[in-house]
Design a protein around this ligand. Structure first.
Ligand code: UDP
Ligand code: MG
Length: 209
């Protein structure tokens, strides 16, 4: 697939954030406030947020619907039950209309400021900008050991290597989202599919709080 950038640094840009939420009633207002703050002075970036309610039972949907009344940036998808983050992300990507799309966790472990750096690299012509965690210190010892083991094993046996310490937090150009949507897989391992589709890729380092 080919792609040519027709925008320059001062051209307005539409950005869709894709945010799966499962019982996150405590996090949603903080998340929206932080996004507003980060993009307040970015007059060239129009942000919208696609929330995917992944079968929450704690009032997450009701809160989102209430916030949407006063916030035209919000789109809400409501899944019929809890399908898990991967499926929720896949559903959300179909509704992400922006020129660039960023999946992000609602708990702010993926710092939204990093998206500004990602956009700068996209403006230089990259189609995928990965968020690369420089330290797993905030994860438990068990998670660090199991994640390291998983990547080592996967990359020994798989033809398409997974970049390490990279999660779903990344910027994707529209053309990349379209390529992902053309894949027939229904039970998706998103990190694997992201790696498989390729494209002009770079990364930004960040520390998880
Ligand atoms: N999430 C979801 N469905 C699930 C589990 C999690 O949509 O079944 C959402 C969750 O609300 C959050 C994101 O996926 O916005 C990441 O979840 P979590 O922070 O628990 O994952 P981790 O940080 O351990 O990767
Ligand atoms: Mg988290």
């Amino acid at each position: 697939m080919t792609h040519a950038h027709v925008t320059g640094p001062t051209t307005p840009l539409t950005l869709s954030l894709v945010v799966p939420v499962f019982n996150e009633v405590e996090s949603i207002d903080l998340f929206i406030a932080r996004i507003s703050e980060v993009f307040r002075s970015e007059t060239q970036v129009a942000v919208d947020i696609v929330f995917i309610n992944d079968g929450s039972t704690d009032g997450t949907l009701e809160l989102l619907l209430e916030r949407q009344q006063h916030d035209p940036r919000l789109t809400i998808l409501d899944l019929s039950r809890n399908f898990g983050k991967e499926a929720a992300l896949t559903a959300g990507l179909q509704y992400a209309a922006g020129q660039v799309v960023v999946p992000i966790d609602v708990d702010l472990q993926d710092p939204p400021e990093v998206i500004l750096q990602m956009i700068a690299l996209w403006r230089e012509g990259f189609e995928v900008v990965l968020g690369h965690r420089v330290s797993r210190d905030s994860d438990s010892w068990a998670k660090q050991v199991s994640a390291n083991g998983f990547y080592r094993l996967h990359n020994r046996i798989a033809e398409q290597k997974l970049p390490e310490n990279v999660g779903d937090f990344r910027l994707m150009d529209r053309c990349v989202v379209q390529a992902l949507q053309s894949l027939p897989e229904s039970r998706r391992f998103m990190k694997g599919l992201f790696a498989w589709v390729g494209f002009r890729t770079t990364y930004v380092d960040y520390v998880r709080p």
